[in-house]
Design a protein around this ligand. Structure first.
Ligand SMILES: [Zn+2]
Length: 147
């Protein structure tokens, strides 16, 4: 049991608090930092889990990245990939769907690719989700090289 950010050994209390809150191992200061981020941006817990799972396989993302217009849940800057974790897609209205489409259009125009991932696939199949994102990152990297 060590903190995923600083490798500090976690005691039982910190371990429990962190796992209960986010499902990942974080020491007290690092857990507090994530708690603040979640409070400010309403970040889905699954975005935090995905952030650390990707970090583990060597894909470094930025949490709550400001793209100039809005905060993006996760961004892989070197391949210009934005990842949004959707939590309320089952209640989506046509207005929201159109807003999402327009946002995707704007980010494509700026050279960014946006993917939207329903939070349940992270919750129930984190491993497969990570593998698919790895594939997308590889694909984008290959395309960047071609250009
Ligand atoms: Zn730490």
């Amino acid at each position: 049991m060590t903190c995923l950010e600083c490798n500090k050994e976690l005691n039982e209390t910190d371990h429990r608090k962190s796992i209960d809150a986010f499902g990942v191992e974080l020491c007290d200061p690092h857990r507090t930092r994530i708690e603040k981020l979640v409070q400010i941006n309403d970040t889905p817990i699954e975005a935090i889990q995905l952030y650390y799972a990707l970090k583990e396989v060597g894909v470094y993302t930025m949490l709550e990245w400001w793209d100039g217009k809005k905060f993006v849940d996760l961004a892989v800057s070197r391949v210009k990939l934005n990842i949004e974790v959707d939590t309320e897609y089952d209640l989506i209205t046509h207005e929201q769907a159109m807003k999402d489409l327009e946002e995707a259009m704007h980010s494509f125009k700026n050279g960014f690719t946006t993917i939207r991932i329903p939070h349940i696939v992270i919750k129930y199949n984190l491993y497969k989700t990570v593998n698919n994102i790895l594939g997308i990152v590889e694909g984008l990297k290959a395309n960047i090289k071609v250009i």
